[in-house]
Design a protein around this ligand. Structure first.
Ligand code: PLP
Ligand code: COI
Length: 339
């Protein structure tokens, strides 16, 4: 293997040694298989290709100072995948099966785990797709579950440094009672145009308001939103955003740090009252926000006057990273240490 330049990795795909796969046929899941092929042979009428019967997940493994490998809250991703399966009528994988598969694929690709303090991590991407042929709009009878891993660097520019975001009203990523709460590919297809527009305008990412009233903060294309004021961590409650494992963890850590936590609708104009704001997610970790522009009203909401992350976002970030890397005790039992 060529030397990997861990410090300069982008959030991209790199071939690793193995992936793991499991097939659903005749009404049941088979055994987990180890595979070194990167491709999936597929029927041209598979439901995932035509009708979007596709779910994915995203979680990470970290190498600690002690050399141990830690996987962050895989049970939460299992639970969210189960919820997504309910949402688009796919057969569920149990939490035990999911966690075992994650552990297996990480172990098999151990040599791709970035070193401690390289700034890179091992991204784990589970995927569940309908594979049997179907021309009418119905769920498939056969499915494939795959997990691959790839070492990654920061999702947003500079990692833990502030970036600008933009509210775009012209596109919705999901309907109020649609699939926004599920991790399905369609939501991301729906976000591509707004995402391109945001990038073309020089922003890190697009922000969505609630699709019905265009009044409340929802989330950005690949991460949840939080604002901080008066020692309070405030994050949107909405029927069209993805329940983020990172956000759930930050709510707990904020409480641990003596902050108040509110999960409620956030009217756009409240942005002007926040002292700090950030995007959060597995890929994004915490991506502090310098300012959010409203593309239509031309308003600018500024969260960092000196261009640096705020003190509470920094505390939360450090706390989360310390648990993920094993630098601090895992008091909430969030971490699975690989044996
Ligand atoms: N929101 C969206 C749309 C996402 O794609 C992600 C990434 O998974 C998140 C939020 C953050 O969720 P998590 O913290 O579970 O990665
Ligand atoms: C994640 O944070 O895991 C994501 O899935 C975000 C993005 C890469 C889609």
């Amino acid at each position: 293997m060529n030397e990997i330049d861990w410090k300069n990795l982008s959030f991209g795909y790199m071939k690793t040694d193995y992936n793991v796969r499991m097939y659903y046929r005749n009404g049941k899941w088979g055994e987990l298989e180890v595979c070194s092929e990167e491709t999936i042979p597929m029927h041209m009428a598979a439901t995932c290709l035509h009708y979007g019967q596709e779910a994915f997940e995203g979680l990470k493994a970290y190498r600690g100072k002690d050399g141990k490998i830690r996987i962050f809250r895989p049970e939460e991703n299992a639970a969210r995948l189960q919820n997504t399966c309910d949402g688009i009528l796919m057969p569920k994988i149990t939490t035990e099966q999911f966690v075992a598969a994650v552990k297996k694929v990480v172990k098999l690709n151990e040599r791709f785990l970035p070193p401690y303090e390289s700034g890179a991590t091992l991204y784990i991407r589970p995927l569940l797709i309908g594979t049997s042929a179907q021309v009418g709009v119905h769920p498939a009878s056969e499915y494939l579950f795959v997990i691959f891993v790839t070492p990654v660097g920061p999702y947003f520019k500079g990692g833990f440094s502030t970036n600008p975001y933009v509210i775009i009203r012209d596109y919705d990523r999901s309907a109020p009672l649609g699939t926004g709460i599920y991790k399905v590919g369609g939501n991301y297809a729906a976000s591509l145009r707004a995402n391109k527009m945001a990038h073309d305008l020089g922003y890190s990412c697009e922000f969505y308001l609630d699709a019905k009233e265009k009044k409340y903060m929802d989330e950005c294309g690949a991460a949840n939103f939080f604002g901080i004021k008066n020692n309070t961590y405030i994050t949107p409650k909405s029927t069209s955003i993805l329940p983020s494992v990172t956000n759930k963890s930050l709510m707990q850590l904020a409480e641990d740090l003596g902050m108040k936590v509110e999960r409620r609708q956030i009217p756009e104009e409240e942005l002007s009252t926040f002292e700090e704001a950030g995007a959060c997610g597995t890929a994004a970790v915490i991506s502090p926000i310098s300012y959010i522009d409203d593309y239509d009203t031309k308003q600018r909401f500024v969260f960092s006057k000196d261009g640096k992350p705020g003190p509470l976002s920094t505390k939360l970030y450090n706390k989360l990273r310390a648990i993920q890397y094993g630098d601090e005790p895992d008091v909430h039992g969030w971490v699975t240490v690989l044996d």
